[in-house]
Design a protein around this ligand. Structure first.
Ligand SMILES: [Zn+2]
Length: 394
């Protein structure tokens, strides 16, 4: 069941009629195809076959090509039309071409080798053999690649025997074995063994943009965007800058400084707010303890929290009292938040682990903790929760 693949001879063919040879678990097998199967860092082609969505194209170890068609409505023997998702395919052709230009220039001009490459939906990455790369060099590379794009170098192919290919001064050793080694030649820039698809001229890369670098396995991995995706990336960045400029009422050049000041202020405000909240919690608990009912001389505080206090603050002020029975409850966003604290002698008034079910079940309560403090969530009214706690003390 061999498929005649036409993507090398006619990489620009967007549709083709083919005969269905088999429909298997692995996918649909056709007598001929324009669909490039996933491999060498290039994703498999997508589009449609016989009007059904083509999700991916793969090949097995024996290089049989399988088309991953979603719910095929055609049968073996039918003639179907293959239609490529051209935007997807063309972007990969542009990225492949751009990658060879970039790796070629990195090697010839900067002495930096390429360890591995990956073409993603939005980004092209090149893992270099170098531990540190200055940003200046990345921009020199970006300029040099864009210059090569504008200079419109033709891209062609040579097929060599293994022996011939190995004798050539290539920047990287050939990974594939056997004769019929396919070299992609970007005139005046780079020659490398590659089984991927490329544009026929560097001009078609359109635009090449350096976007980031990251560390991987002790090497620098450079990240780029190519063609229309590079343009979209620039537009997205522009839109983000404009939104931030409007938010901070600052021009682009002052944006980072203004944002830094605002962030620093926010940290100060937050800490001030926390201190004030803490103080408020202290004062409120003090007042509640003063007028609290005492059982066996121990104050029992039932606190329906209506203020903007969080339970972390309440837990902190609870810790200031050596002997206190505290039950706090708060309704927030349709939920019930509860806290039970039993410090010192108060632990003899209420055995939380034992009474837990009696207290929580009717509120669908969940939560946990350890002596002297437990907290969690539930459903229901804060006042009812406090009543339940009080009744269990009797
Ligand atoms: Zn390639």
């Amino acid at each position: 069941m061999n498929t005649i693949a036409t993507y090398y001879a006619q990489p620009y063919l967007k549709s083709l009629e083919a005969k269905v040879l088999a429909i298997t678990e692995e996918g649909v097998v056709l007598d001929r195809t324009i669909c490039y199967p996933e491999g060498g860092g290039q994703s498999g082609d997508r589009g449609s076959i016989g009007g059904c969505p083509l999700l991916d194209t793969i090949k097995d170890e024996q290089k049989h090509i399988f088309h991953k068609v979603q719910e095929p409505t055609f049968s073996v023997g039918d003639t179907v039309s293959i239609d490529l998702d051209w935007e997807h395919r063309y972007h990969y052709m542009q990225m492949h071409t751009a990658q060879h230009i970039a790796s070629g220039i990195l090697f010839s001009r900067f002495g930096i080798g390429t360890v591995s490459v990956h073409q993603g939906e939005k980004a092209l990455t090149i893992e270099t053999d170098t531990a540190n790369i200055d940003e200046t060099l990345c921009y020199q590379l970006e300029d040099a690649v864009n210059k090569a794009v504008v200079e419109a170098h033709p891209v062609s192919y040579e097929v060599h025997t293994q022996k011939e290919a190995e004798a050539l001064p290539l920047r990287r050793t050939i990974k594939v074995k056997g004769d019929g080694i396919r070299l992609v030649v970007i005139e005046g820039i780079d020659t490398i063994a590659c089984g991927g698809l490329h544009t026929e001229n560097t001009r078609e890369v359109g635009l090449f943009q350096y976007t980031a670098q990251e560390k991987i396995r002790g090497h620098v991995r450079l990240v780029f965007s190519v063609g229309q995706k590079a343009l979209e990336d620039i537009r997205e960045n522009r839109s983000v800058v404009m939104k931030l400029s409007a938010l901070f009422s600052a021009p682009k050049e002052n944006l980072a400084a203004v944002a830094e000041v605002a962030l620093r202020q926010a940290v100060l405000d937050k800490s001030l707010l926390q201190r004030k909240g803490q103080r408020l919690a202290e004062v409120m608990l003090e007042a509640l303890v003063t007028k609290a009912e005492k059982i066996e001389g121990i104050p029992v505080v039932l606190w329906k929290v209506i203020d903007d206090l969080d339970f972390k603050q309440i837990a902190q002020v609870f810790a200031l009292y050596p002997d206190l029975a505290l039950c706090a409850a708060k309704e927030e966003e349709g939920r019930l938040l509860w806290l039970v604290g039993l410090s010192g002698k108060a632990s003899s008034l209420f055995d939380f682990p034992k009474e837990r079910a009696a207290l929580l079940t009717s509120f669908q309560g969940k939560g946990g903790g350890r002596p002297p403090l437990w907290q969690g969530m539930g459903m229901g009214e804060a006042a009812d929760f406090l009543d339940s706690f009080r009744r269990l003390l009797e």
